[in-house]
Design a protein around this ligand. Structure first.
Ligand SMILES: [Zn+2]
Length: 161
């Protein structure tokens, strides 16, 4: 099973499980996936794991994370939501996401809420090409995508139980 975050043409985001990525692609092609909010079949994936650990261009791909790092004492609504999501997901998926998280933390520079700003600078050559990760809003993420800036989004699930 694979969990995808989907986004419809009107910008509603929702999570949906698929048997595997092929099943998702097949259903998407046939417009069988409806938005959980408005029902439109114009749906695309909003969740992409960052391509990391490779040399060259791919290694410089910045990754946006969905929830802030767990430095704050009281978890935000987003963090609580992510924790609840993490509890529901199959163990293998949770472990895979934690592995991705560890890789990102090891290989990329944390830029906090400056993600959109930095991603833009890197894209336009004003900043060194490197892997970065941080937080960004849905609006910012959309703006980045419209400018043709490549990045991945992943659920930033909390460590531990
Ligand atoms: Zn919708």
């Amino acid at each position: 099973m694979i969990l995808y975050r989907l986004r419809c043409a009107k910008g509603h985001e929702f999570d949906s499980w698929f048997k595997d990525s092929k099943t998702y692609e097949r259903q998407e092609k046939k417009s069988l996936i409806g938005c959980a909010v408005c029902g439109t079949a114009k749906v695309e994936r909003a969740l992409m794991a960052p391509r990391i650990g490779k040399k060259g261009k791919d290694a410089a791909l910045p990754a946006a994370v969905e929830a802030p790092a767990e430095a704050t004492a009281t978890p935000s609504a987003e963090q609580q939501q992510m924790a609840a999501l993490a509890r529901q997901m199959p163990k293998e998926l949770r472990e895979a996401l934690l592995k991705v998280r560890a890789e990102v933390e090891k290989n990329c520079e944390h830029v906090g809420d400056k993600f959109a700003e930095e991603a833009r600078k890197i894209h336009y050559g004003e900043s060194d090409k490197r892997g970065i990760y941080g937080e960004t809003s849905d609006e910012e993420a959309e703006a980045l995508a419209e400018e043709g800036i490549e990045f991945g989004r992943l659920p930033w699930i909390p460590r531990g139980n």
